[in-house]
Design a protein around this ligand. Structure first.
Ligand code: SF4
Ligand code: SF4
Ligand code: SF4
Length: 272
């Protein structure tokens, strides 16, 4: 059956919307922004979607640059929730980006093997590792998202992922989520999604806090470098530097000699 012009236009609008960032929404709803999309994402901050973290992926989805099925930790449930929000059709998770984890995990460090190199701290997107140079490191289980980004940089392979055996954080009521209503997901899929969602708000907060910390440290480093540059004589070449040092030593010697002479005059006046 031939489509009516109105139906054809609706289809074209929907297709164009899908191609160019879902600018056209069904029922004329406003276009969801990156914040709304980010609110659905699991906040594992693992980068498996091809973006550095959840928020950049959310921004890419909002502007139509990325598809809704690129987040393995979120799995099919997240794809469905995104489709619901964006008013587009759900689709299977794209295997190019990996498969969903069997169950949520957290990292564990074998402290007897840790050499305190701090590489894991630098890799952790949510500052969930405690430690200092040449000291034993440990993972804060409640804050670890199981992203696995700390595993590869460890030179002694002492970081292992373990199943998250109990839920941490606020539980999400699945029965109140329209995206999963009437969906045929297995109990373990639903439990896994609940566990990940339960930690999402804390993980987002930790991730944003880390970005702010890194920016602050960068500023402080730049300020230190500028202060160093401003030290008089810093730009002199080695010959000039030598002359400055010799002049300073000569001044110090003159001061010492003058002090010794004053002391000698004082002592001889007392002995008279
Ligand atoms: S959790 Fe999903 S959206 Fe977030 S960084 Fe990982 S793959 Fe990307
Ligand atoms: S401790 Fe490791 S697995 Fe856990 S959040 Fe940090 S980098 Fe990811
Ligand atoms: S990367 Fe491995 S060895 Fe280095 S501090 Fe972390 S846990 Fe210890």
């Amino acid at each position: 059956m031939l489509a009516t012009p109105a139906t054809a236009l609706t289809r074209l609008a929907a297709a164009t919307g899908r191609l160019f960032g879902w600018k056209t929404r069904r029922h004329g709803k406003p276009q969801p922004n990156a914040e709304q999309i980010d609110a659905i994402l699991p906040q594992t901050q693992c980068g498996r979607c091809g973006y550095s973290a959840c928020r950049p992926y959310a921004e890419a989805v909002a502007c139509g640059e990325a598809d809704i099925n690129q987040c393995p930790p979120g799995g099919e449930l997240t794809v469905r929730a995104l489709a619901e929000l964006l008013g587009c059709k759900s689709k299977p998770l794209n295997p190019k980006y990996g498969t969903p984890p069997q169950q949520p995990t957290v990292a564990w460090i074998d402290e007897t093997a840790c050499i305190g190199c701090t590489r894991c701290i630098q890799a952790c997107p949510v500052d969930a590792i405690l430690g200092a140079a040449k000291q034993m490191h440990t993972v804060i289980r409640t804050e670890c998202t199981g992203c696995a980004l700390c595993i590869e940089p460890c030179p002694v392979d002492c970081i292992h992922l373990q199943p998250l055996t109990q839920s941490i954080g606020t539980q999400t009521r699945l029965d109140q989520n329209p995206a999963v209503e009437n969906a045929s997901f297995s109990k373990s899929q639903l439990q896994s999604w609940e566990q990940i969602r339960g930690k999402a708000d804390l993980a987002r907060e930790r991730y944003e806090y880390r970005l702010a910390r890194l920016a602050r440290e960068r500023d402080e480093r730049q300020q230190r470098q500028q202060r160093k540059k401003a030290i008089p004589g810093r730009d002199l070449d080695s010959t000039d530097k030598k002359a400055v040092i010799q002049a300073a030593v000569a001044r110090a010697r003159r001061r010492q000699a003058a002090l010794a002479a004053t002391r000698g005059t004082f002592l001889s006046s007392r002995l008279k």
